[in-house]
Design a protein. Structure first.
Length: 302
């Protein structure tokens, strides 16, 4: 469980936090866990909750998955005060596609700084190096950034460490080797998750971000990117990384595991209260949990 020992138990005030699901599958109990922790902290710190749907993975986005986000949030009583009210509003004005100019501006800034290089490695080549950095010598080849079917990779060799703010204070961490030269623009021309997430958080004024511990390395990578972009608002953001729900094999829950999706469980007759209690049991909470605030408090203070 997470411990929020800060200023003798007094939490700071925040302006805005966000829940940012991706419509690439049906939401599962792990998503609800993160949303519940976010909602609980927002209430306790005065933060407004923004709903931001991350739909830059255009190949995997489906209307049914977008609709599922709103269905699941309402079924599980997860509140938000800003963002789209429904799937139609999301498609009309809130899709990340409407912020492409912001992402492209950041990419152009990186280009002008000579902070990126083109990588033409195939998926098979990247798998051979476990997806860590470029698989070949693309940087030395100086491939044109405007060439077809190339990723843009951030040059990370000059990022030794990053500073990160949490509820327990400020910490300095080594830049993770696993995020070496991570992708900031994909071969399809769309921004990669790490870049679009940073730019969106800066654009919307988010100063509190709640994530699972599986995104720890992403947080460090994004802080390194933000420093390159001189995005001081993002580097001042407070991060909370909570425990994960694991499946029977000890792996984190995945959207590909349909039996753990809220949509599936709801159709089987499960109530929101029962689902919250099930999540609590998976986290080995000491007491029964009946709602999102109970789950959030169990994770934060349990």
């Amino acid at each position: 469980m997470y411990t929020t020992e800060h200023n003798n138990g007094v939490l700071p005030h925040f302006t805005r936090t966000r829940i940012a699901p991706t419509p690439s599958g049906y939401l599962h109990m792990g998503n609800v866990l993160s949303f519940a922790v976010t909602a609980t902290l927002a209430k306790q710190t005065g933060a407004v909750i923004l709903l931001r749907v991350d739909d830059m993975d255009r190949e995997r986005v489906q209307p049914a998955y977008v609709q599922d986000i709103f269905d699941t949030l309402r079924f599980m009583d997860i509140p938000w005060q800003e963002g789209p009210e429904n799937a139609a509003a999301f498609e009309a004005t809130w899709s990340q596609q409407y912020r492409m100019a912001l992402y492209n501006q950041a990419l152009e800034q990186l280009r002008q700084m000579n902070a990126v290089y083109a990588c033409g490695c195939s998926r098979a080549q990247l798998l051979a190096v476990n997806g860590i950095g470029c698989a070949g010598n693309c940087r030395q080849q100086q491939l044109p950034l405007d060439a077809a079917q190339v990723n843009w990779r951030l040059k990370t060799d000059n990022i030794r460490e990053v500073t990160l703010r949490t509820l327990t204070g400020t910490h300095t961490e080594a830049f993770p080797a696993e995020m070496k030269d991570f992708v900031v623009r994909k071969k399809d021309g769309y921004p990669a998750y790490q870049l679009s997430s940073v730019i969106d958080d800066v654009h919307f004024g988010v100063d509190l971000i709640v994530r699972g511990k599986d995104l720890w390395q992403s947080t460090l990578a994004q802080l390194g990117l933000a420093a390159q972009l001189n995005a001081k608002d993002f580097t001042a953001t407070c991060f909370v990384h909570h425990d994960l729900i694991k499946d029977a094999s000890g792996e984190k829950l995945s959207k590909s595991a349909g039996a753990t999706s809220i949509q599936y469980l709801r159709k089987q007759g499960a109530t929101a209260e029962a689902l919250y209690n099930s999540i609590g049991k998976l986290l080995q909470a000491e007491a029964e949990i009946h709602n999102r605030e109970g789950l959030g408090n169990a994770v934060l203070y349990g």
